[in-house]
Design a protein around this ligand. Sequence first.
Ligand code: ATP
Length: 235
Amino acid sequence: MLSIRNIDTFYGNIQALHNVSIEIAEGEIITLIGANGAGKTTTLMSVCGVVPPRTGEILFRNQPIHHLSPDKIVPLGICQVPEGRLIFPYMTVMENLDMGAYLRKDKNGIKHDLEYIFDLFPILAQRKTQAGGTLSGGEQQMLAMSRALMARPKLLLLDEPSLGLAPLIIKQIFEIIEKINAENNTTVFLVEQNANQALKVAHRGYVMENGHISLTDSAENLMKNEDVRRAYLGL
Ligand code: ATP
C-alpha cells in the first residue's frame, strides 16, 4: 500500500533521514520505534508531504506521492494524527469532528461514521458541545483520532498517540487502534516511543536510529530481540 524507497529528508542543511525504506501492506499495523530525535516524526512528515524527501520515492498504491503537497495527499486517503494532537481548542468536539469530514459529501456516510465514533469513544458523545481545548489529554487524543477517522482514511498515520497519557488511557487507545484496523481494514502506520505497547498491537516493526532504519522484523521477533529489549523495552 505504501512504499517508502530510499528517502533522504533534510531540514535546510541538516539531514534527518538517511536512505530510509519502509513497506506497508494493505491492512497491516506497522510500527516505527526509536529514541527521541531518531527521525520518526520526520518520516511521517515526509509521507504526508509536509517535509518532502529530497531524494528517493514514496508510492501510495503504486502512485508516486513524494512530489505532492499535503492538500493533494489527504484526499488520496492518507490522514495523520500529529504528535500533541493539535485539535482545534476553541471549537467544540462536534465542530472538530465536522472538520475531519470537510472533504466529504456523503451525508449518510458521515452520519454512520459519527455513530461509529461515538460507539468507539462514548465520552466524546457526552462532550459534543464542549470546547476541544478543555478536554483531558486522553480525551483530546480520542478526539484527534476520531477527527482523522471522519475523513475515512485508508492509511492512518499516528504520531506518538501514547505521549503524556496515563497507563489506563494508553491501554484503551491501543485497543481502539487494533479495533479500527480489524473492523475497518484501516492500515495503520504507528510511530511510538512506547515500544512495548506498539509492538503488542503491530504486525511488523521498524527500528530507527539517527535517521537510519537499523532493524526490521515481525513485532513478535522484535519483542524477543535482545538489542530491542535492552534499548527500547527496558528489559
Ligand atoms: P521524538 O520522538 O522526540 O518526536 P523523532 O524520532 O520523531 O523524535 P524527529 O522529530 O523526526 O525525531 O527529528 C529528527 C531530527 O530532525 C532531530 O535531530 C531533530 O532535531 C531534527 N528536526 C526535527 N524538526 C526539525 C526542524 N523543523 N528543523 C530542524 N531540524 C529538525
